[in-house]
Design a protein around this ligand. Structure first.
Ligand code: ADP
Length: 306
């Protein structure tokens, strides 16, 4: 059975509504990807590695993951911290703004918990993480995290990475650019986004992005550019796969998270690069036609399970 571990921060989401009634959701980029991956590849083991608290919000997060069939044994409980919280505000023009309360969230202390709990991954086929996974950690814990990934890679685990650049989470752009480069250098499958690279490295074309990444020899470069074609470069092919443009976009949150999950699930099933992009783009296209980071299961494209 395919065994994957997604690593990062999962938060409580407070969608801003007109009423004063509070509805709580659960979301976070790598968490969204874990949920989508599990929904797509139902007959696989998917674990989420993070730190949460012992409070009732954390229990809600755990229940949510359990209901989705995601293994929660690596959701480590921090005795003194809470999960992060964010609110989404939509202004009169439909533009969304995010407000975060995550400076002292449990996930910021993830690597200390990994050490304390002596977490050691065994027989893992795939690890997925993002720039946000790194950004929330202190520089010391970030280095511990990359060492942890390198150790797992040595044991044969495929490492997949999406930079998901969020300037507000980093000390500065130089740090973000440098840590992102280090993450790329140790990863096998990478998901650069055109917008992220323009902001981080000033790249203005896919050629520049590919020229930057190729010397680091990732096995697969999957270059996303919104509604524009996805370019995938492997040792054997350089493929451009068109994306069907969605005209009535409702909410772009987690389009990229769903895309990476769909792509990785298809590749885990030995599907071709072209098939993987087509499936991933179909999933992402469905996600952006619905509100929220994690769309209802019944509107998802069919799973890949046999
Ligand atoms: P990220 O959110 O990681 O920056 P993108 O914005 O490039 O990534 O979107 C990820 C994927 O979502 C794209 O490769 C595409 O498949 C899909 N997507 C995004 N925007 C659109 C759109 N307007 N129409 C159709 N598909 C889209």
């Amino acid at each position: 059975m395919h065994n994957s571990v997604f690593i990062g921060e999962v938060m409580v989401e407070l969608p801003m509504t007109q009423s004063d009634a509070v509805t709580l959701n659960v979301a976070g980029d790598t968490f969204n990807s874990a949920i989508y991956f599990k929904r797509v590849l139902e007959d696989s083991q998917v674990s989420y590695l993070t730190a949460i608290g012992t409070d009732s919000f954390s229990q809600r997060i755990t229940r949510f993951a359990e209901n989705e069939g995601v293994d929660t044994s690596l959701m480590l409980a921090h005795r003194h911290r809470l999960p992060g919280l964010y609110a989404v505000e939509t202004d009169s023009r439909g533009e969304r703004r995010f407000h975060y309360w995550r400076e002292s969230s449990a996930a910021k202390d993830l690597m200390n918990l990994v050490i304390n709990h002596k977490v050691s991954l065994r027989n893992v086929d795939l690890i997925y993480f993002s720039g946000i996974t790194m950004a929330v950690l202190s520089a010391t814990q970030r280095q511990m995290f990359l060492d942890f990934l390198i150790e797992n890679k040595r044991q044969g685990t495929t490492i997949a990475f999406d930079p998901n650049y969020r300037p507000i989470l980093w000390e500065g752009i130089e740090q973000a650019a440098d840590w992102t480069r280090q993450a790329y250098a140790l990863s096998d499958i990478v998901f650069p986004g055109v917008e992220d690279h323009a902001a981080l490295y000033g790249h203005s074309s896919s050629q520049q992005i590919v020229a930057y990444l190729s010397p680091m020899s990732p096995k697969e470069i999957v270059l996303k550019d919104g509604a524009n074609p996805v370019r995938v470069i492997t040792q054997y092919e350089d493929t451009l796969v068109p994306v069907t443009q969605v005209s009535h976009v409702v909410d772009t949150t987690s389009a990229g998270d769903g895309f990476t999950a769909g792509y990785l699930a298809c590749r885990a099933k030995q599907m071709s690069v072209k098939e993987a992009v087509e499936f991933a783009a179909q999933l992402a296209g469905t996600i952006i036609r619905h509100p929220g980071a994690i769309i209802p299961r019944h509107v998802m494209p069919c799973s890949l399970a046999t």
